[in-house]
Ligand binder design. Structure first.
Ligand SMILES: C[S@@+](CC[C@H](N)C(=O)[O-])C[C@H]1O[C@@H](n2cnc3c(N)ncnc32)[C@H](O)[C@@H]1O
Length: 291
């Protein structure tokens, strides 16, 4: 069960979800015709311990990411969203944006991986131990960021805008914001605060990319809560409450936007949405732009 001021590192609670999605990106990137690749994800997962190495090498068939019911669709979900947000960053760079903020960056490797124009600053916000694991793991493997990377070690339920500004963020410059794999770990009130802060800090021309999930049906939550597997652990970490749709929230404040459900997006990419637990149908990907 979550509490208001709870904390974690890369192996515990919400921190471990960053590792879980990095493993899913690695496995999802191996599928024939995968729409994206994140080679850095594998470096993190291998560094996390032998049980993760077993998963990557096919020696853990019982791991949830290896199962046909959950694993296949979750791998596809992760690699699909990677493509969506990679394309978002390319479009933002093309539009002249040189300031990027990745909220709950986790093991996002974009500051090391994408072809940023010279002078692009990437601010990564997450808990200190998560950012430290990322920095140390990639440095040990000999990798350097290819943008000006700024770590902002914060709790996103607290006054992160001050920490961001103190790190050099310029609220007068247009910004590309990324909110990937975060909102379900925040209460609706904390989401509201987060959106308020983005809105306040965004100069004209800014854009935001968001992954959001419609609430899970109550019976699915009840069924998942019964078990003692990773599904029940996950369901205890999330806030499954109804919340304002991001396109509506930003639309009410003058931003223009679009939203696509993940299965439709995968179809646009020529991918056949995987069978199994249909969490995919609740996921939607949003881009909003401030004129
Ligand atoms: C599922 S991971 C997603 C990471 C990354 N965005 C990605 O998609 O690979 C969730 C991340 O949210 C971070 N997170 C969740 N709540 C947070 C909070 N209140 N403050 C800082 N980070 C938070 C966790 O530490 C974790 O790295």
């Amino acid at each position: 069960m979550r509490t208001d001021g709870d904390s974690w590192d890369i192996n515990t609670s919400v921190g471990s979800t960053a590792l879980f999605v990095a493993a899913a990106r690695t496995l999802g990137g191996r599928a024939p015709g995968a729409p994206a690749q994140d080679p850095f994800a594998e470096i993190f997962v291998r560094a996390a311990g032998p049980e993760w190495v077993d998963l990557l090498e096919g020696r853990a068939p019982e791991h949830p990411l290896a199962t046909p019911e959950f694993g296949a669709q979750f791998q596809q979900h992760q690699i699909g969203r990677t493509r969506y947000f990679d394309d978002f960053m390319a479009a933002a760079a093309q539009a002249g944006i040189r300031q990027v903020v990745i909220l709950a960056a986790g093991l996002d490797s974009r500051a090391y991986r994408l072809p940023w124009p010279d002078g692009t600053a990437v601010y990564e916000l997450d808990r200190p131990q998560v950012l430290e694991f990322k920095r140390e793991t990639l440095a040990a493997a000999g990798h350097k960021p290819v943008a000006e990377r700024h770590e902002v070690a914060v709790d996103l339920r607290e006054d992160w805008p001050k920490a961001l500004r103190d790190s050099g963020f310029d609220a007068d410059a247009p910004t590309a914001w990324l909110v990937e794999g975060l909102l379900i770990y925040l209460t609706p009130a904390a989401q509201e605060q987060l959106f308020d802060a983005i809105d306040t800090l965004s100069a004209p021309g800014s854009r935001v990319a968001i992954e959001q999930m419609d609430p899970l049906p109550a019976e699915a939550v009840a069924a998942m809560s019964q078990g003692d597997d990773s599904g029940s652990g996950w369901v205890r970490m999330i806030y499954n409450d109804p919340r304002t749709d991001a396109t509506v929230w930003f639309g009410d404040r003058g931003w223009t936007g679009e939203r696509v459900y993940l299965p439709d997006y995968l179809s646009e990419l020529g991918q056949i949405p995987a069978e199994g637990v249909q969490q995919q149908s609740l996921i939607n990907l949003v881009t909003v732009i401030r004129p």
